[in-house]
Design a binder for this molecule. Sequence first.
Ligand SMILES: NC(=O)C1=CN([C@@H]2O[C@H](COP(=O)(O)OP(=O)(O)OC[C@H]3O[C@@H](n4cnc5c(N)ncnc54)[C@H](O)[C@@H]3O)[C@@H](O)[C@H]2O)C=CC1
Ligand SMILES: NCC(=O)COP(=O)(O)O
Length: 421
Amino acid sequence: MAAADRKAGGEWHNWRPRDRARCGIPCHLQPAPGVRRHRRRNRLPRRGYRQAEEGWRKSERRQVSRGAAPAGTDRLSLSGAALTARPLALTQGDPAGIGPDIALAAWLQRETHNLRPFLYVGDRQVLAARANLLGVTVALEQSDAASAAEIFARALPVLDVPVGHPIEAGRPHVAAARSTISAIETAVALCFKGEAAAVVTNPIAKSVLYEAGFGFPGHTEFLADLAMRATGKACTPVMMLAGPKLRAIPVTIHIPLKDVPAALTREAILETCRIADRDLRTRFGLTQPRLAVAGLNPHAGEDGAMGLEDRYLIAPAIATLRQDGINAFGPLPADTMFHDEARSRYDVAVCMYHDQALIPAKALGFDDSVNVTLGLPFIRTSPDHGTAFGLAGKGIAREASLIAALKLAAKLASQTEENRT
Ligand SMILES: NC(=O)C1=CN([C@@H]2O[C@H](COP(=O)(O)OP(=O)(O)OC[C@H]3O[C@@H](n4cnc5c(N)ncnc54)[C@H](O)[C@@H]3O)[C@@H](O)[C@H]2O)C=CC1
Ligand SMILES: NCC(=O)COP(=O)(O)O
């Protein structure tokens, strides 16, 4: 870190890659020197993203240095029918959002879509009230993971995680944060105990959780922390939006745009691409994934005239990946890499920041894209959209992306189960 700190007075592109590589902080979490200076001058007015980001950084360091004890997992002792009977664990998300609506709708369509049984992990009363509001008849049955598959045909199995506060559809309340977070923790714990096959998360409102002191930018980072607490091993989570027309990965995720250049490191690009290559082979069955790597600047820097990161950071990282046998190419101008013909030349677009990846992903498939986290020791998918508070309880939220997330989780889980039996 010392070398990096010494450089903190300069611009990002004055940092030597060696300093960043040596500073000992995992790629996505490396500090942004410009941001530090800015923050000292202008204190942030309230809890918010920045605290969440710092909480996550600290928590990772703490966990790594403590060497957290592995949680017991009996996954390997399960086989055959016991493995395939495990449900997916579906979290409630923000209970005031559309999570309950789309969970009910997905259950109602379980036969049409031949859905693998799922266990709703969340507040049962909120779910019952939402069904009433929507005017749908859905039997809810208290369940644990072991009984969920048997219940699923006749009722929606619910593992109750009470909110303990009245919840109105469309009106998020900070009092629900504990239940929202507990539901995620419970679902992950079920996976580590081998009782659930995968975690499917409903959307959370990040700002509501920050208000309650949640120390992570989003699910993606929180899930990596939970994995580390369970296994004692750090992992780098990689967000991938996967739809029929496009798979897209952002290298930097939930950070302000102004912090992106500083957070983009050679290590971040290499690690993200390596995880993408590995998981696309092992989980998605691609034999030689083609990774199209986007540039950061307009026209991928226009030979250095519009920015230097493309030439001095991204291109050398791609060269290293190619030497390692990974079929990565670029940096490509981001504005021309998402049209139909361009997309036929790659399996995944590796983008430099959140919106560079998520805008094309959602524009090309808002209803059928799925957010899947690579790099975790368990399967996690999610719909691609957020809490859509304005739609909650109105019967107009579309459940398609959740159904796609449930299907993808089930597919990835059964592949893992087949490999084990
Ligand atoms: N995986 C997660 O937990 C995610 C959470 N969020 C959170 O969601 C909150 C709201 O974010 P926004 O940017 O407003 O995104 P949003 O996805 O909730 O809404 C964007 C637009 O799409 C519409 N929409 C969203 N889902 C829909 C559905 N299923 N059917 C029909 N229309 C739908 C909404 O009505 C709105 O017009 C934020 O607090 C954000 O942090 C956002 C994305 C993912
Ligand atoms: N915009 C995507 C998003 O915010 C999802 O984040 P996460 O909660 O899945 O990490």
